[in-house]
Structure formats: structure tokens, C-alpha cells
Design a protein around this ligand. Structure first.
Ligand code: ATP
Ligand code: MG
Length: 438
């Protein structure tokens, strides 16, 4: 892709309500723009990142045997009456009326609709298990939409629902999904932790959250440095708000200390800030019973499905990558999430030799499957400094600078994370880049 052809409206202005780096940089670098409170448009670069995340999520889920579907975003209120959630969901659930005064809901989640889909279509234990998911718009009329994509009102979520003949099988799937989620977040290049979680309004028992570690995270989690143990502090304080059942210290005392030996493995526990990017729940038969979704079990008896539900905040992940990976200049994308791997910067695109050399590098990279963008812009304001500023703000992993050194047969490779530059012979640049990326 050529920079001159791509719509990337970068700006120097920081939105006044944008407190967090991801919110500021994603807007300033032209990835997203705000349409209204908690409502965002994805511009070309933002859409590429969103789709990359989405396809990694899809690939791993499909590998694990899940089936992608797409449910209608608008759901009749009757569905929510059946489960009782028309009353309990409160104002987060946005209701609308059609011209005939029928009531509908902009789906905040889809347990009811998925149960209705499977009900009467899966009739025997022999057809189980089934795991259906979608990657689709959700609407939650959040009391305080904030932090850009981290807490929007309209957002993209992967929501999955599994149906089982018994608890053992549901447990097996729950564990499989935990492993699948770990693969997804690892592939995205994120530092994350899995923690025990409060199951909140959706209900059920077993529940785990996946948190991307970032100082700006809204959640506080307690993690062991030696074993896999981790918990959202909400669970620890569920019953006794003041006393931590682990070792009788108050939360404040715990925060001061970075507790030594609380974990049962003998390891050191410490507090971290996390952004919840995934959540898996064991639902049991709560929804299948309420909606009378039954199948015939091995003994020919009617039984309600055992269920579990699995969410991933796909649009929240876009911002989470940046909360974990940025500096004072802008974004630093991970290799799996970056819109393009290399920014080929032609220092002065009016100089034919520079433009030709840059274009050749860009074509050669394309040939070997390394995605790149050619900064061929040539208006007066498009100085080398301007283009470097955009490179740092947008956050492609590497830049190749084609400029003055070309007369000595050299170009420069810049690593966005370290901002270190190295001179490379023009003829070696593509192979050098290939080496760096792998
Ligand atoms: P939170 O505690 O952050 O409000 P939640 O627990 O209500 O989230 P879930 O019902 O577990 O959210 O939804 C599954 C996933 O959807 C979450 O783990 C999160 O990544 C994402 N998500 C939830 N609410 C939002 C939102 N308002 N904006 C963006 N992503 C969200
Ligand atoms: Mg949650």
C-alpha cells in the first residue's frame, strides 16, 4: 500500500477527554475516530488491526472445534423476558421500539438467543457437544463510557456458547477454551494472566478472566510469580470486604507489602493492574432450564443442556495492545497486530533515485510476503521529520529510510521499539529485514 493512497488522518491534537495512551494515540494516529459517546468508527488502519485480531481469534477457535455463526444484533424483548433478564439487566440494555410498538433490545450478550437457536435442533446426547460463537457488535449503555475502545458502548465481542450432555463434558470444554484463549493472547504478542474471577451478573460458578497487564488497567489482580495462580481481587473480597481470607491482611496492607508466601505453592504474590480481555464462565443449566431447552440423555430421559459461555473483547484488544506497547511518541504494534510490518520512508519523494529505490524495496518485500507501506508523499510539508513523526506515532515495527545515504549505497533500518538505527547495504536490506522479523 502507498501512503499517498491510504486514508490516514493523523493529527497533533489530543482529544480533551482522552486520558489514556491508547485513546490518545489511536485517535491521533488515525486508527479510529469518535462518533458519539462510547461510539467509534474504525478508519483504514484501525480496520486492518481489528480484522487481524479477529482472524487470529477465529483461527484458534475453529481449530478447537468451535463453529462460527452470526446472530441478529437486534433481539425481541420476549427472549429476555423468558430468562428474567429483561428485569435484571438494568439500563445497560438498550431497548428500542419498532413502528408497530414491538419492543426490542440491542444485544449486550446472547445467551438467550443462542439457547433458542440450539433448542429443538439438538435433540439427543449423541449430537452433543456443540460450541457456537460469533464475532459481532454488542451494545451496552455503560454508565461511564470512557478510555476510547477500552470501554465503549458499541463494541466488537467474540461471544461463544457451548452445550453439553453433562458437567464433566462441560468442564472438559471449559479447560479446552482456557488453553485456546492462552494460544490466542500469546499469538497476539501480549503479556497476560489468567485469574479466578467473580462470575457477576451472568451467573454460574466456575469463571476465569484473562487480563492484559498494563498500568492503566481498571482491574487489580493478585498473581503468583512462581506458579500459575492468579485472582481478581473482586473474588477475594466477595464475602469479607475487609479481611483477606488468605492471610488476614487488609487490601491496603496487602498493597503496601507485595505479600511474601500467601500463595499455596510458596511463591511470592504481587498485585498487578490488568485489562480484562477475555472471560469464560460455567453456566450450568441456568439458561437452558429457563428457556426449556432439553435433549434426551443416555437413559432416554429429558435433560436441560449443561452450558458454558466464552467472551473475548475484540475491539478492546486493539486498545489493550497499545496500553501495553507504547512510548511517549506513539503506538508500538506487536508483529501479529501491526497493520503493516515495514514503513519504507522515501525521505524526499521528489528525488527520482530515492523514490525508485524505495519503490523497489517495497516491491521486493511484497514478493517475499512482508507487508509494507511506501511513504511516497511529496507535498512540501512531507519532510523527512514529518514522515518519521508519523512512523513513531502510528507504530509500525520497522522503518527503512531511503535518503541521503543512498549515494553510498546505504539505507537505514529503524526498530520502532528501541528507535535504534542501523545502516544496511541497499542490496541486503530485504534479507536483513526478513532475518529481523523471524
Ligand atoms: P467489564 O468488567 O470490563 O465491564 P464485563 O465483565 O462486563 O466487562 P463480559 O460480559 O465478561 O464483560 O464480556 C466479555 C468481554 O467483552 C470482556 O472480557 C471485555 O473484554 C469485553 N467488554 C465488555 N464490556 C466492554 C465494553 N464496554 N467495551 C469494550 N469491551 C467490552
Ligand atoms: Mg467479564
Amino acid at each position: 500500500m502507498k501512503f499517498s493512497r491510504l486514508f490516514i488522518p493523523t493529527t497533533k491534537e489530543t482529544p480533551s477527554d482522552a486520558a489514556l495512551p491508547s485513546h490518545q494515540f489511536l485517535i491521533r494516529a488515525g486508527f479510529i475516530n469518535q462518533q458519539g459517546s462510547g461510539l467509534y468508527n474504525f478508519l483504514p488502519l484501525g480496520k486492518i488491526v481489528l480484522d487481524k485480531i479477529r482472524s487470529i481469534v477465529k483461527e484458534e477457535l475453529d481449530n478447537a472445534g468451535c463453529n462460527e455463526v452470526q446472530l441478529s444484533f437486534v433481539t425481541p424483548i420476549g427472549l429476555w423476558d423468558k430468562s428474567g433478564r429483561a428485569d435484571t439487566m438494568g439500563k445497560e440494555m438498550l431497548r428500542i421500539q419498532d413502528r408497530h410498538e414491538n419492543d426490542f433490545v440491542l444485544s449486550p450478550t446472547n445467551e438467550e438467543a443462542m439457547v433458542e437457536l440450539v433448542k429443538n435442533r439438538v435433540k439427543s446426547y449423541k449430537e452433543l457437544p456443540v460450541n457456537l460463537y460469533q464475532i459481532n457488535t454488542k451494545f451496552r449503555d455503560e454508565a461511564r463510557p470512557r478510555y476510547g475502545l477500552l470501554r465503549g458502548r458499541e463494541f466488537l465481542m467474540k461471544d461463544g456458547y457451548s452445550f453439553h450432555a453433562n458437567k464433566e463434558d462441560m468442564n472438559r470444554e471449559f479447560n479446552l477454551m482456557e488453553e485456546t484463549y492462552k494460544k490466542i493472547f500469546t499469538r497476539l504478542g501480549l503479556d497476560f494472566r489468567v485469574v479466578d474471577a467473580d462470575s457477576g451478573a451472568i451467573g454460574g460458578t466456575g469463571s476465569k478472566e484473562f487480563h492484559v497487564l498494563a498500568n492503566s488497567g481498571e482491574d487489580t489482580i493478585l498473581v503468583c510469580e512462581d506458579c500459575e495462580y492468579g485472582a481478581n481481587i473482586e473474588t477475594i473480597f466477595e464475602d469479607e470486604k475487609e479481611v483477606v481470607s488468605l492471610n488476614e491482611l487488609s487490601y491496603e496492607q496487602l498493597q503496601e507489602k507485595d505479600v511474601e508466601h500467601k500463595c499455596s505453592c510458596g511463591g511470592k504474590l504481587s498485585f498487578k493492574k490488568g485489562i480484562e480481555v477475555g472471560h469464560i464462565f460455567q453456566l450450568g443449566d441456568k439458561y437452558s432450564k429457563a428457556l426449556e431447552a432439553i435433549f434426551q440423555d443416555e437413559n432416554g430421559k429429558p435433560k436441560a443442556f449443561e452450558m458454558a459461555t466464552f467472551g473475548i473483547g475484540v475491539s478492546r484488544l486493539v486498545a489493550s495492545v497499545i496500553e501495553q506497547n507504547h512510548d511517549e511518541n506513539g503506538c508500538i504494534w506487536t508483529k501479529a497486530t501491526t497493520p503493516y510490518m515495514v514503513d519504507v520512508i522515501v525521505s524526499n519523494a521528489k528525488k527520482e533515485n530515492e523514490l525508485n529505490a524505495g519503490t523497489k524495496i517495497y516491491e521486493d518485500l511484497k514478493q517475499i510476503g512482508i507487508s509494507s507501506i511506501l511513504d511516497d508523499r511529496k507535498e512540501k510539508k512531507h519532510t523527512y521529520g514529518f514522515k518519521m513523526g508519523d512512523f513513531k506515532l502510528i507504530g509500525f515495527p520497522y522503518a527503512i529510510i531511503v535518503g541521503k545515504k543512498l549515494q553510498d549505497g546505504l539505507v537505514e533500518i529503524i526498530d520502532r521499539r528501541t528507535l535504534e538505527a542501523q545502516d544496511v547495504k541497499l542490496e541486503d536490506v530485504v534479507s536483513k529485514l526478513k532475518e529481523l522479523i523471524s
